[in-house]
Write a protein that binds this ligand. Structure first.
Ligand SMILES: NC(=O)c1ccc[n+]([C@@H]2O[C@H](COP(=O)([O-])OP(=O)(O)OC[C@H]3O[C@@H](n4cnc5c(N)ncnc54)[C@H](O)[C@@H]3O)[C@@H](O)[C@H]2O)c1
Length: 373
């Protein structure tokens, strides 16, 4: 099978590597020559490193299967095209309708969008039944999870074909409804939002919140360190998009603390400053290692995460097994949120949420009906 990739940025290059390593010939298209050159150089060096580590046999032949092109019509022989360009609905729609004039009628067209509606993208096509979402995580060669998102127009048979293909690529596919944030980017929102809220209310400093969630909660990174790592240009924009797409549900409300960072150009690690200052001369703040406070923080954030997972289950965004897989493989949570709920006890999760609800009288803290059942 010949695979086409549109956009040779972080995600496009990563997905191209996965497809080439699975034995496909890959055509990678980008409008920017510099982006193609950068992708080509970094893919070459990644493959050489993998060969040196003994993870692949022949880096040169994998690299030779990848072709970097600046003419879209070169993608005519592809049977699957994965788009990973700028996150802009109108530009994506234009690319998809242009692609349809080039490829065969049975070529599958997939988008790696993080937050846009797959149904809207499919609507730009004459054959919308061949369009679906295929959401990889960054870095694509390392992260196993792929969310498969059918648009409401997508041919159901396509889903099993794509699922088999993702398994053959060594990925772990899950099926998600075409709703904002799909699974991971929806359920993970309180990890950031509730942590910021705790900080904004002065309940604890950022370093203490990060310490609590890593040392007591078992998360690999604390929310502030993670947001700085992801970059506020990405993380804030996802939050804002999810909030707007959910008709301004207060549960997903973005914060001014993070917005100001974006406005200042303090995008996180990549600019040397975000919530924390990464300058060589700066010292990172120490947490207050107060176990009682730490436990309160973890209970509040984890209860909100569990509530989000329960709501996604209740609204059939994905089945229980896929929800658990998504959060453990897509964002490396220490355990699935539904399992966490069982372990902790539904009544205890509910007690934390109801307590918050009674304290604040905010719709943000409404508990999912499944927790009461
Ligand atoms: N970065 C992530 O963590 C992440 C994770 C999952 C999904 N995504 C999604 O993947 C997509 C790409 O994200 P990214 O981080 O790789 O972006 P990026 O900015 O690194 O790369 C985008 C590339 O697309 C190219 N491009 C822009 N318009 C184009 C067009 N009309 N035709 C062809 N090429 C075009 C740009 O030149 C650039 O090289 C977005 O939809 C994003 O939401 C990103």
């Amino acid at each position: 099978m010949v695979v086409g990739i549109i956009g040779s940025g972080a995600m496009g290059a990563g997905i191209a590597q996965v497809a080439a390593m699975a034995g496909h010939t890959v055509w990678i298209y980008d409008t920017q020559q510099a982006a193609l050159e950068k992708a080509s150089a970094s893919l070459k060096s990644n493959l050489i490193k993998l060969e040196e580590k003994g993870k692949i046999k022949d880096a040169a032949s994998v690299f030779a299967a990848m072709h970097f092109v600046s003419n879209l019509s070169t993608l005519a022989p592809c049977s699957l095209i994965i788009e990973a360009i700028i996150e802009n609905l109108n530009i994506k729609k234009t690319v998809f309708s242009e692609l349809e004039t080039i490829v065969a009628d049975d070529c599958i067209l997939a988008s790696n969008t993080s937050s846009l509606s797959i149904t809207s993208i499919a609507a730009a096509c004459k054959l919308p039944q061949r369009v679906l979402g295929l959401h990889f995580f960054n870095p694509a060669p390392l992260m196993a999870l792929v969310e498969i998102i059918p648009a409401i127009q997508t041919d159901e048979q396509l889903l099993s074909t794509i699922k088999e293909l993702m398994l053959a690529w060594g990925k772990t596919p899950v099926l998600a409804k075409d709703t904002p944030g799909f699974i991971v980017n929806r359920i993970a929102r309180p990890f950031y939002g509730e942590a910021i809220r705790i900080y904004e209310e002065g309940i604890a400093e950022m370093a203490t919140i990060d310490w609590a969630l890593t040392h007591i909660g078992g998360f690999k990174m604390g929310p502030f360190a993670l947001m700085d790592y992801i970059g506020h240009d990405v993380n804030y924009v996802v939050t804002e998009t999810v909030f707007e797409s959910f008709y301004y549900d207060p549960r997903y409300k973005p914060s001014f603390s993070q917005k100001r960072l974006l406005e200042a150009g303090w995008l996180g690690r990549k600019t040397g400053r975000g919530f924390y200052n990464y300058a060589a001369t700066a010292t990172l703040p120490n947490p207050k290692e107060d176990l009682e406070l730490g436990k309160q923080i973890v209970d509040r954030v984890v209860a909100m995460l569990i509530n989000e997972a329960m709501e996604a289950l209740h609204l059939q965004i994905a089945n229980a097994a896929d929800l658990e897989t998504a959060m453990t493989k897509g964002v490396n949570y220490p355990k699935g949120l539904l399992a966490w709920c069982e372990e902790w006890g539904k009544e205890n999760v509910l007690a934390v949420l109801d307590n918050l609800y009674h304290q604040y009288h905010e719709d943000r803290y409404r508990a999912c009906v499944l927790l009461r059942k």
